[in-house]
Write a protein that binds this ligand. Sequence first.
Ligand code: CDP
Ligand code: CDP
Length: 221
Amino acid sequence: MANVICVDGPAASGKSTVSKAVAEKLGYLYVDSGALYRIMTWLALEAGVDTGKPESIADFARDVDVAFVVKGCRVAYEVGGVEPGDRIRTPEINRHVSPVSAVPEVRERVTGWLRDMRRLGDLIVEGRDIGSVVYPDSPWRFYLDADPEERARRRLVEDVAKGFADQGAKEQVKASLLNRDKIDSSRKAAPLVVPPGATRIDTTAMTIADVVDFIVSAVQP
Ligand code: CDP
Ligand code: CDP
């Protein structure tokens, strides 16, 4: 059975940056679970589904089709033969993704996909419920965290680079991020928690390389 490293944590704690680098160092495949929830949200909005109605989202989620393609050290997602790219990272998707991902039928679908991916090889999977629900038996489960102020600073830099926000928007970025944290942590289905037995890493004052080295050393002592 292939190995799975689980990385959970709130928005902008460093999960994706760190997990990509660990995947490259260890020759694992990087899996971005949040992107699957974002794709669900994007497709639902495109189809005009009312994201305020869980039953409409549940119906829609059953028929969503995503293709999984190994590209280098990552599992890429294609919809209609193309990767959605930054279309799934807009402020509009940020606003709708947490309510969509709180719908149990959406979670069931995505969890099924994530478990199937183990057939592709050794994985490092990052998200909110990977060590608690998707792969709770993995011996390698990490929870990344950082102060909200630092997380907002990191996300603002990214949003400015993508043209989604201007320099002065830090408070807005922080509010959006904290709002998602709140919905993600308080939902009934697979809330964001520190999985029992997971290693919590406070990355506030750590560089990306520090966090990568910590995880690599824990997995390959
Ligand atoms: O990159 P960022 O941390 O901002 O978010 P993401 O990992 O792309 O996840 C987007 C949203 O998807 C989260 O705010 C959660 O609502 C949801 N999500 C989830 O419910 N479970 C996961 N395993 C991953 C993401
Ligand atoms: O995936 P998640 O939302 O948890 O965070 P990310 O997208 O990996 O990280 C958000 C931003 O913070 C990226 O631009 C990283 O380069 C940066 N970062 C950092 O400056 N220091 C860290 N220790 C981790 C991430």
